[in-house]
Design a protein around this ligand. Structure first.
Ligand code: NAD
Length: 288
């Protein structure tokens, strides 16, 4: 594949940025990948394992001359980073982010950016429970969705170019309204994560079942919950704080349904449970 951006700056060098760098380099999509992360330890690791072509000591230095700037830090850190890089951006550059929440990122980042750059927020629907500079791998985005949520008058050629990059990772891409993105993700990702955190927390609090028993007899359902609940605490704290309204909406509906199921179990209402589980099975069969 041919080079899409001569120079790419990655701000944050964790799972997502690391995977982007490996994918870009594997497919020859970038002339040079420059990386910056706040922690000196992360920068040293990135340097040691050759995660990017060049590790630099400041965000300002990273974005100088970059054609594409990727903000790959926790959602709560986006505003601070945008402010830091804004005066150093190359005119005509594209700035994107990979944050799991879109409206809050747009509100946090947009006002800091100069008018002569293209701001195209994005979100790869791909991840693992691992984080940090050693966790990335080139195939992370293959056959996954990468949603772009540009608002207003954004240059069509700049969007098409970013879409080419994302397709170069093997991902599929679609455009979505930021508010709709946040609601969809509250349903498909954010609330399920909260439920997993809760279930693992509940298991931890039941003193009559020991931790050893929970680990030893962990069946598939609980095992999946623990994998999800092992995700990065900073990232997920920020997701819930920044997608508050959509998550509270979905969580409210979840709680209502849970009460109905709780009542059906208490009342021995087998038909209700059977009907409910038949409908949910149909949804699962639609996904596969
Ligand atoms: P990560 O914890 O693996 O990496 C985050 C990186 O950001 C680290 O290198 C850290 O040093 C750096 N960082 C933190 N604060 C910073 C700051 N103020 N300035 C500069 N660097 C800073 O996280 P990740 O999983 O790569 O997530 C990054 C972004 O991608 C988040 O916004 C997250 O919401 C989003 N995302 C994550 C997943 C996932 O499943 N992990 C999936 C899709 C999108």
């Amino acid at each position: 594949m041919s080079v899409i951006y001569d120079r790419v700056a990655l701000i944050g060098l964790g799972l997502i940025a690391g995977s982007m760098s490996l994918a870009m380099r594997e497919a020859g999509l970038a002339g040079e990948v420059v990386g910056y992360a706040r922690s000196a330890e992360t920068r040293a690791t990135a340097e040691e394992i050759g995660l990017v072509d060049r590790v630099v000591a400041t965000a300002a230095e990273a974005v100088q001359g970059a054609d594409l700037v990727v903000l790959a830090v926790p959602v709560g850190a986006m505003a601070e980073v945008a402010q830091e890089i804004a005066p150093h951006l190359k005119p005509g550059a594209t700035v994107t982010d990979v944050g799991s929440v879109k409206q809050a990122v747009i509100t946090a980042v947009g006002p800091h950016l100069p008018e002569n750059v293209h701001f195209i927020p994005g979100h790869p629907l791909a991840g693992t429970e691992h984080s940090g500079p050693r966790s990335g791998f080139a195939s992370l985005f293959r056959n996954r969705w990468w949603l772009l949520t540009p608002e207003g008058e954004v240059d069509a050629a700049a969007i098409a170019r970013l879409e080419d990059l994302v397709r170069g990772f093997g991902a599929n891409t679609e455009r979505m309204e930021p508010a709709h993105h946040d609601l969809v993700l509250a349903v498909t990702s954010h609330t399920p994560h909260l439920i997993a955190y809760t279930m693992v927390g509940v298991a931890d609090h039941i003193k009559r079942v020991t931790e050893g028993e929970v680990i030893k007899y962990s069946a598939a359902g609980f095992r999946d919950f623990t994998r999800i609940a092992a995700s990065d605490p900073t990232m997920w704290r920020d997701v819930f704080l920044q997608n508050k309204d959509a998550v509270l909406d979905i969580l409210g509906r979840f709680t209502e349904e849970l009460f109905v199921l709780q009542r059906a179990i208490r009342m021995g209402d087998g038909p209700h449970l059977h009907d409910y589980f038949t409908r949910t099975r149909a949804i699962r069969r639609g996904i596969i």
